[in-house]
Design a binder for this molecule. Structure first.
Ligand code: ASP
Length: 590
């Protein structure tokens, strides 16, 4: 009725056939005797031609078509005299015999082309138009393929897809919950899941053995380019497994996805402990597409007259290859200021240039002889023309700051190459993290994570300092500096779980009220189990070398957490509030 073919499939072999196409008018060009219309659908663009000599009325009708009109055209496929090699259908065109206008369109507020003139907010408001654009559609279709291939791979591995509820009780993944008032239980609230963590563990107790779900999760956090209040996970759990089994299974999934959808084959993924990642890169998600690894200088830089270094807990630097000539004093000043912004908070930045004649130029040259600096340069393996950047201070902070500099230099030096994918497992995360401000421990991953077997005894009996040293069977998959996912082996023993809650500052009553069901389940034959979740939106983005997840979400929210198209969130009617037993008492700002 509407079409015999789509707008992307006609080729030379179809020449001479009568066809019918339906789609949107991309452009219409009027050359007097001839009118050309580009007709677009999801599959491509095909050129329609109207000849005034063949049918003047029809040609007139075509001339009046506006952008984004929906039409159906019937005609003959013919070879184009002026071929367009940039388009798969560029060898042919349709000599139109009849044209139905199926729907008119207002002039769209931005151009529906690969490169649009529309700003972010406008495109979000008219998301249905933005979603007509080729690159946006490609991303959403790619996402669908990643989901399909994930399902194929995991079901081949005997995983069962189980849906877990959306109206639940809070799960502590470290963020704020979105809550939903319960009409039938006045004064009570559901929480939307931050992840299906407890449910998937319960499914292991129930004997499902291998669970997965491509599932929406909700976290009420401040938003950034790579965060959305609702996002999707590939969520998994396995019983009777060790960390090794889980890493192998999900390394397999990642390889399968890259191979089938990007044609990229990986060898075995390297692994690095959390401690090593922090020491070598100052980050638990290092981008290992490039080196520029940290070199510590405590043993060679202390003991001279430079008090800043003498007083520092850590002196550490990176070597930017071949950059000495690229940084004038002014450039260095700018870079130093960049490092001193509150987001990074470095106090200063020391540089050492290795010069062609074997001498050195440095901001701290008066404290160190060339001989001293040569020792440093040797530690870095630096050559003439290279430039060292050195930071000092408290260990953790200094590493974080140098990580920012390393990434910035990587960007500036073009070392983060598109199409170069470098996966990495980071393993052996600490179990607990001490929060100086709140003076309490947080679970580094989440409270269900098991300490390593060899650390269980220490956890049960150790002191405060010991707690900081406990290691967990917890792991993250990182690709190109982006955390794709993480997981852990879980506690499956009630007593150990209780102890962990206690360390995290829960009273027995709180632990029981929130997680009594899980600890109860552990008393009925819980198998050893563990799992992982991949950030699905992020995985799609990284696989396509894009670093904003928004591009892979059909209906994303803006930085204020608003859906601009449907205009949500929004107030609700008074009766609705009453029914929910809610009273709004919004204090107006003075
Ligand atoms: N629930 C965890 C998360 O959302 C993943 C896991 O431990 O399996 O990060």
């Amino acid at each position: 009725m509407y079409r015999s073919h789509n707008c992307g499939e006609l080729r030379m072999e179809h020449v001479g056939q009568e066809v019918k196409l339906s789609g949107w008018v991309q452009t219409s060009r009027d050359f007097g005797a001839l009118t050309f219309v580009d007709l677009r659908d999801r599959y491509g663009i095909t050129q329609l031609v109207f000849n005034i000599d063949d049918d003047a009325d029809l040609c007139e009708k075509a001339r009046k078509l506006g952008r984004e009109f929906v039409v159906a055209a019937t005609g003959l496929v013919r070879e184009r005299s002026n071929k367009n090699p940039n388009r798969p259908t560029g060898d042919i065109e349709i000599e139109v015999k009849s044209l139905d206008i199926l729907n008119a369109s207002k002039v769209p507020p931005f151009t529906i082309e690969d490169d649009t003139d529309g700003g972010d907010e406008l495109r979000m408001k008219y998301r249905y138009l933005d979603l007509r654009r080729g690159p946006v559609q490609d991303n959403i279709i790619f996402r669908s393929q990643v989901a399909i291939e994930t399902r194929k791979y995991l079901s081949d591995q005997l995983f069962v897809e189980v849906e877990t509820p959306v109206l639940i009780k809070s799960t502590p993944e470290g963020a704020r919950d979105f809550v939903v008032p319960s009409r039938m239980n006045p004064g009570q609230f559901y929480a939307l899941p931050q992840s299906p963590q407890t449910f998937k563990q319960i499914l292991m107790v129930s004997g499902f053995d291998r669970y997965f779900q491509i599932v929406k999760c909700f976290r009420d956090e401040d938003l950034r380019a790579d965060r959305q209040p609702e996002f999707t996970q590939i969520d998994c759990e396995m019983a009777f497994v060790t960390q090794e089994d889980i890493l192998n299974t999900f390394e397999g999934l990642t390889k399968h996805l890259f191979k089938t959808l990007r044609g990229i084959e990986f060898g075995d993924f390297p692994r690095m402990s959390y401690d090593e990642a922090m020491t070598r890169y100052g980050s638990d998600k290092p981008d290992i597409r490039f080196g520029m690894e940290f070199v510590e200088l405590n043993d060679v830089a202390k003991g001279k007259d430079f008090a800043v270094f003498n007083n520092a807990e850590l002196i550490v630097g990176i070597c930017a290859e071949g950059q000495a000539d690229n940084y004038s004093n002014k450039d260095i000043k700018k870079l130093t200021e960049w490092m001193q912004r509150p987001q990074i908070g470095a106090k200063g930045l020391v540089y050492v240039k290795v010069q062609a004649d074997g001498t050195f130029k440095s901001s701290i040259g008066k404290f160190y002889s060339d001989e001293d600096l040569k020792t440093w340069a040797d530690k870095f393996g630096a050559k003439p023309g290279d430039m060292l950047f050195i930071l000092s201070g408290e260990t953790e902070k200094t590493r974080k700051q140098l990580n920012e500099l390393r990434l910035e230099m990587g960007r500036r030096m073009g070392l983060m190459k598109e199409g170069d994918f470098k996966p990495l497992w980071v393993v052996d995360f600490p179990l607990l993290e001490w929060d100086e401000d709140l003076e309490r421990f947080h679970a580094m991953h989440h409270p269900f994570t098991s300490p390593k077997k060899e650390d269980v005894e220490r956890m049960l009996s150790g002191d405060h300092e010991t707690m900081k040293q406990l290691r967990a069977d917890a792991y993250d998959l990182v690709i190109n500096g982006v955390e794709i996912g993480g997981g852990s082996i879980r506690i499956h023993d009630r007593a150990l779980q209780e102890k962990n809650f206690k360390l995290l500052g829960f009273t027995d009553e709180e632990a029981e009220a929130q997680f009594g069901f899980l600890m109860g389940a552990f008393e009925y034959g819980a198998p050893p189990h563990g799992g992982i979740a991949f950030g699905f939106d992020r995985l799609c983005a990284v696989m396509k070398d894009v670093y904003s997840i928004r591009d892979f979400i059909a209906f994303p929210k803006n930085n204020q957490g608003r859906d601009m198209m449907i205009d949500a969130p929004s107030p609700i009617a008074g009766e609705q509030l009453e029914e929910l037993n809610l009273q709004l008492d919004l204090k107006s700002e003075e």
